[in-house]
Design a protein around this ligand. Structure first.
Ligand code: MG
Ligand code: MG
Length: 276
């Protein structure tokens, strides 16, 4: 748990920079998605995202973070998070989570998605359901951030969503969402599960990265000898979805979604409000 440190609340000008960082993050991840085809290496996928970040005049917040060597974390099949891009060749039907971010005007974006290599039709029914459930759990968390009063409302919503709609999948508890702004990882911690404590109050200007991870089996994880890659202990496949989201005076805006979260929040009757 992170105790004590102040939660950074952004000014309207800072929120506009957060949006710019979010859109560069989005563009980098979209380039990664287009490059992640059968036969591509994960290093090539990383290079595509790196080129977009450079072209935008932005900086990567992943590369060099505690020594991490790439702009993306690319986690394949039983890898949950923090996979290191390299010589691995992507194969049809691989379930791949791609996580990345960018810094603009000193402010950070952070987002992740899961895809089936070669197209959804090549994925197993379980893999497709796993990714869909993880994405839906993320939107449940974002909706709770939009309407809730405490940061803990987000974890409650994610936990309830998984319990109700995907009870056979594992909900990973070791890794959490986080505040984001002048650093990638800031207070508060955003749990993906229901906890006893209430958590801090949600306030205008608060920006959070909301990022549930689900597994097709047990949620138990371990870290490989490379000190980064986190895998499931039982070898089951995993999915990870993430958006950076701003709550502001006017409402909520998903900084790393092109549409600000309109499509994802529509089922909740929530209309996102731009920060700019
Ligand atoms: Mg991330
Ligand atoms: Mg994150």
């Amino acid at each position: 748990m992170i105790f004590g440190p102040r939660i950074e609340l952004k000014s309207p000008a800072q929120l506009r920079s957060m949006r710019r960082a979010g859109l560069v993050t989005r563009a980098a991840l979209d380039a990664a998605r287009r490059t992640a085809v059968p036969g591509a290496t994960t290093a090539e996928v990383d290079a595509a995202a790196e080129a977009v970040i450079a072209e935008a005049g932005a900086r990567s917040n992943f590369k060099g973070y505690q020594g991490f060597p790439a702009v993306l974390c690319i986690s394949v099949n039983e890898e949950i998070v923090h996979g290191i891009p390299g010589a691995r060749v992507l194969e049809p039907g691989d379930l791949v989570s791609i996580d990345g971010g960018a810094i603009v005007d000193g402010l950070h974006g952070d987002s992740a998605f899961t895809m089936v290599i070669g197209g959804d039709e090549l994925g197993s029914a379980t893999d497709r359901a796993l990714s869909a459930a993880t994405e839906a759990a993320m939107w449940a968390g974002i909706a709770a951030f939009a309407t809730g009063t405490r940061v803990s409302d987000i974890g409650d919503a994610i936990d309830d969503h998984v319990t109700e709609h995907a009870p056979d999948f594992g909900l990973v508890e070791e890794f959490t969402g986080h505040g984001i702004g002048s650093a990638m990882h800031m207070p508060p911690e955003v749990l993906n599960y229901r906890a006893r404590s209430n958590g801090p109050r949600i306030k205008p200007g608060m920006c959070l990265a909301i990022e549930p991870m689900l597994t097709a089996g047990s949620p138990e994880s371990r870290t490989l000898d490379d000190d980064w890659t986190v895998v499931t202990v039982d070898g089951s496949r995993a999915s990870h979805w993430e958006h950076s989201v701003a709550r502001h005076e006017g409402g909520v805006w998903v900084l790393t979604a092109e549409d600000g979260g309109a499509a994802g929040l529509a089922p909740y009757g929530i209309t996102p409000v731009p920060v700019d």
